[in-house]
Design a protein around this ligand. Structure first.
Ligand SMILES: *Cc1c(COP(=O)(O)O)cnc(C)c1O
Length: 356
């Protein structure tokens, strides 16, 4: 057992009464750890949730040296709170760390601290169908220094937020807009790292897509604007005839854990899944030929998000009959079944945390 200091709050907050809008409410505690050059990561602790002091010159505020993760804790029918592949999240955090020049964290210690935090704040677990605790680990450079160089001091934090079911009335297909002018990431850049800067670069496209009545932008490769990469906060899949196609990880695409799990589940059903480079023109062609049966996004927040319409170059392409496709629905049911513990976890992906 490692040494995680615990300081419980003397003033527990009131739980939210109304709808649990995404990422607005936070539990009573947070998990923190500091890094100082020469000393490494130290002082792992669970303390009352609240603001932390930050020097106005803190490097993260000026040059964006930060990384983050996103995962969930789920309540199963027998009252166990469980995590879904948390080891993958901390492994990915270290991949992001490497790219952004942040020192590696001890993945075991992160998981231990997270489990302890969930246990301490377990009375924040919402109990309605398909609700969860959204977990946000992140690291920021805290050096008070305006020089451009990697920091020598960092803060690791995990905060937790109770969230409602993503779809209140069953899967609801979204409209996606193919972005032709802006670029989110390029090969050699930071697209495969989960870092705030990628989101800063994507906001303008998100805003413009929204103004046009679309929920998110689909990114094309940054060089030729020809090949499909991913959707705002999700990886993307196409069902063409009986084959499922998704863009291959190429250095500018984020390696989603929901993406990876979806591929494994589909393959276990004998579905042909191909990871390859896909030109947007091919998708248009498949659509014309009536072969583009379904399209969906994958990500922790929505799990599986059916796409009902795709706009490219002024042309609207309705996908299938605009409702959720059969394979999309089946995949959603399979993944959420494992996550919420209503189906057997034959892959060994879930990790129990504590009992409610
Ligand atoms: C987090 C994220 C995803 C989805 O990853 P999951 O591990 O499935 O949640 C996809 N694209 C981007 C850009 C992301 O930041």
């Amino acid at each position: 057992m490692s040494n995680i200091r615990i300081e419980l709050t003397a003033n527990p907050k009131q739980k939210p009464q109304g709808p649990l809008h995404f990422g607005r409410y936070f539990t009573d505690h947070m998990f923190l750890m500091n890094y100082d050059k020469g000393e490494g990561w130290h002082d792992a602790r669970i303390v009352p949730y609240g603001p932390f002091p930050l020097d106005p010159a803190a490097m993260c505020l000026h040059y964006g040296q930060e990384v983050f993760e996103g995962m969930k804790a789920y309540l199963t029918p027998d009252g166990t709170i469980q995590l879904f592949r948390p080891d993958e999240n901390f492994k990915r955090l270290n991949c992001s760390n490497e790219r952004i020049c942040i020192p590696q964290v001890d993945e075991e210690l992160c998981l231990e601290g997270l489990k302890k935090l969930i246990e301490i704040d377990k009375d924040w677990m919402p109990t309605e169908k398909e609700t969860s605790l959204y977990i946000r680990p992140f690291i920021i450079a805290t050096d008070a220094h305006l020089g451009v160089s990697p920091g020598e001091h960092y803060l690791f934090a995990v905060i937790v937020s109770p969230v409602a079911a993503y779809y209140e009335t069953g899967l609801d297909p979204v409209k996606i807009y193919v972005e032709k002018s802006y670029t989110r990431a390029v090969k050699g850049g930071t697209g495969m790292a989960k870092t705030g800067g990628n989101y800063a670069a994507s906001l303008i496209a998100q805003v413009e897509a929204y103004e046009e009545g679309f929920s998110q932008a689909l990114w094309l490769d940054g060089v030729e604007k020809k090949y499909v990469e991913e959707v705002g906060t999700m990886n993307v899949f196409f069902v063409v005839d009986d084959e499922v196609i998704t863009p291959a990880l190429n250095g500018s695409i984020l390696s989603g854990i929901t993406r990876k799990s979806s591929i494994d589940i589909l393959k276990s059903w004998g579905v042909k899944v191909t990871e390859r480079r896909i030109a947007i023109d091919e998708i248009v062609e498949f659509h014309k030929q009536g072969r583009l049966k379904e399209m969906f996004g994958t990500g922790t927040a929505a799990v599986i998000s059916p796409v009902g319409m795709l706009r490219y170059d002024g042309h609207d392409m309705p996908i299938g009959d605009g409702t959720t496709g059969a394979l999309t629905q089946k995949l959603y049911d399979a993944l959420t079944g494992i996550q919420w513990g209503t189906a057997e976890d034959t892959f060994g992906w879930t990790v129990p945390c504590c009992k409610l």
